[in-house]
Design a protein around this ligand. Structure first.
Ligand SMILES: NC(=O)c1ccc[n+]([C@@H]2O[C@H](COP(=O)([O-])OP(=O)(O)OC[C@H]3O[C@@H](n4cnc5c(N)ncnc54)[C@H](O)[C@@H]3O)[C@@H](O)[C@H]2O)c1
Ligand SMILES: [Zn+2]
Length: 319
């Protein structure tokens, strides 16, 4: 059965990078002919050996002002800024890269530039478009909120207070409020990631709720945030069980997750959970680097034997 596609007409100006390459040119050809899309495509391509503007000559003739080509290297910030100010860009679809395997052997400089340096460099700034959030289905939106709640519990008690005070306006997706909350969430993540780029220490805190969350996600098919919410509940129960967290803080987490309907009744079998726990990337030997909550706004990494985590899991009657 053909999958139904919906392309938002709200995309008036879309940048496609690497649009003269194999995938980019096919993507542009396909999109511009789609009846649901009436916007303009701005194709930015540096025209390396792999790019050929002739791929789209017929499209340029047929679709005229709705298709614009500019020869631009996407590493050139000045040129990019000019394009962004010339057109009111709504979205970027990114295909530009030195992609052919043999380029990593012969003349690897440009391959390294786009495929390696580009992957390692941290962004200079992050733009989040809150208006776009209004276009999301309810479950996708709520799923994202779970990660915001996670960030607050691991690193910013003040953010949790703000979310608790504003449940209704958050559910109504009030733009100015979301801007503040998202900026605060991004700051928590940025400060953790910049302290630990290689994920050897405190960056693991970002995995709070994810060990059991991944098991739930794969077994239940729930959206990521809902599964992580379930994983946070189990991690908070374990934190209380092991004496690290006061029950009042666990209840605070559960009540906030419930205000956004993030907790669902999911029962994953012991065997499935065990399989996931033993595959966890934070495992070392028979133990796991597990994220324990100490209080609202503070989490720590503790090395805990997998057997103990599984005992808590069954002991809580959630099998
Ligand atoms: N083709 C595949 O089967 C495949 C599969 C999986 C993923 N990908 C990935 O999808 C992307 C596109 O693949 P493709 O097969 O269309 O590659 P391609 O080599 O055919 O096209 C890449 C395009 O990017 C342009 N480009 C390269 N560096 C640029 C720069 N700095 N600024 C602007 N433009 C630049 C090139 O001129 C070219 O037109 C790549 O990231 C590739 O790794 C491709
Ligand atoms: Zn996640």
């Amino acid at each position: 059965m053909k999958k139904e596609r919906k392309i938002k007409n709200s995309f008036n100006n879309l940048i496609v990078t690497g649009g003269c390459g194999f995938i980019g040119s096919n993507f542009i050809r396909h999109l511009i002919k789609d009846d649901n899309f009436s916007g303009r495509i701005i194709n930015l391509d540096k025209l390396t050996y792999a790019g050929n503007p002739e791929n789209l000559e017929d499209i340029a003739t047929e679709f005229g002002p709705r298709y614009v080509f500019q020869k631009v290297d996407i590493c050139d910030a000045v040129k990019l800024e000019k394009v962004f100010s010339e057109y009111d860009i709504d979205a970027v679809c990114h295909f530009a890269a030195e992609s052919h395997v043999d380029r990593s052997i012969k003349d690897p400089g440009s391959f390294i530039q786009t495929n390696i340096i580009g992957t390692f460099n941290q962004p200079d700034f992050v733009i989040c478009d809150q208006e776009l959030l209004k276009t999301l289905p309810e479950d996708e939106y709520l799923s994202g909120l779970a990660e915001m709640i996670k960030s607050g519990f691991i690193g910013d008690a003040g953010l949790i207070g703000e979310i608790e005070k504003n449940v209704e306006p958050i559910l109504k997706r009030e733009t100015s409020l979301l801007s503040k909350l998202i900026a605060r969430t991004v700051k928590i993540k940025a400060s953790i990631v910049s302290e630990d780029e290689k994920e050897s220490g405190i960056r693991m805190l970002l995995n709070f709720g994810h060990t059991f969350g991944h098991a739930i996600e794969s077994q239940s098919g729930l959206k990521h945030g809902f599964a992580v919410a379930g994983g946070m509940k189990i991690a908070a129960d374990i934190s209380v069980g092991m004496g690290f967290l006061k029950p009042v803080d666990r209840d605070r987490l559960l009540s906030l997750l419930n205000s956004f309907n993030l907790l669902t009744d999911n029962k994953i079998s012991y065997d499935e959970v065990k399989k996931y726990i033993l595959q966890d990337k934070k495992r070392s030997g028979d133990s796991l680097n597990f994220i324990i909550l100490e209080k609202t706004g503070k989490a720590v990494v503790k090395k805990i034997p997998a057997e103990i985590l599984l005992d808590y899991y069954t002991g809580q009657n959630i099998v």
